[in-house]
Write a protein that binds this ligand. Sequence first.
Ligand code: UD1
Length: 366
Amino acid sequence: MSKILLVVGARPNFMKMAPLYFEMVKTPGLDPRILHTGQHYDYVMSQAFFEDLQLPQPHHFLGAGSGSHAEQTARIMVEFEKVALTENPDLVVVFGDVNSTVACSLTAKKLWIPVAHVEAGLRSFDETMPEEINRRVTDAISDLLFTPSPDGDAHLIHEGVPEHKIHQVGNIMIDSLVAILTKIDQDHQNRIVQRFGLTKQRYVLVTLHRPSNVDERDGLEQILRYLNQLASEVPVLFPIHPRTRKNIETMGIDVSFREELRIVEPLRYREFITLEKNAAFVLTDSGGIQEETTYLGLPCLTLRPNTERPITVTEGTNELVDMSTIERQSARILAGRWKSGKIPSLWDGRTAERIAKIVARYVSGK
Ligand code: UD1
């Protein structure tokens, strides 16, 4: 049996790992083990996702926690090295672009353990984003690079990655989305939407946590003022990331907003997808949500100057906005004047299947 260590750490990793874990369990010759670095540790940021995705408890938990980038990355590396040495896996699989991704790929590679990167090749070309550094470093040292879309392949080839390492397999987050959509029936959807006092298609769902949006007082205040104004036209539900909440508190920002702007705790996966599916539109700075809304055909405004997921704009329902265009674009959506978009090729819920096949071939040396 080939031992495969699947590494996760932060919220967006869990729904990328789950389908691959289940597929590998079914694949002869593969013995998948889950390692959680503990980068995210709150129940709603981590354990609730394991429950909704029906994952077993991780085989290893590193308890790395928060800190500066150097502290967090270093702590994960030190703890991961111990496990990698005792487990001696045949392959380490990392996901996405978080600090856990780069920390564990670097550690494994220096122990001569091959590394596979799921969601390889994405580029925002914005080096002020920590995720962009994490992507570049991870891709530069990975042995198997699984890309979600053709732009990923093009970037890797341009950077000199040998073609035989690159496999375009589609978007693995969509596997989890497809699976959960079959589990949320109309009754569940009505219940959840009503629990938040909302009406289907008559509210906006907001998520914001990028340092560029939430780490500076003036910018964050301006965004919150806009949300408060938007809430006078249409109810706004804002499940708030711990980073954003902490910043609002430490900056002492006044949060006496109108009641139609509902700031709530982060939502678990099942609830979030339900509320996303039924929203009028989504305003976000997340990567994964740009992809989910494209799959759902739901209008999405991304509050960022760039995206590493341009296919969601060129083929999907996403548009980038800044504070000078956000109002006009929201109004267009609410007036029903938005592009319809299409689902990109290979975003079909079968990405894990394709990856598991390639991994099985790779570790058996064929
Ligand atoms: C991380 C990822 C980002 C991803 C995001 C999704 C990196 C560099 N960034 O950003 O790509 O989009 O996760 O959520 O890896 N905190 C808690 N409880 C938790 C987790 C975090 O309170 O369970 C607080 C801590 O105070 C921490 C802050 O949130 O300092 C930021 O957490 P961190 O993991 O450093 O980065 P994120 O902003 O969550």
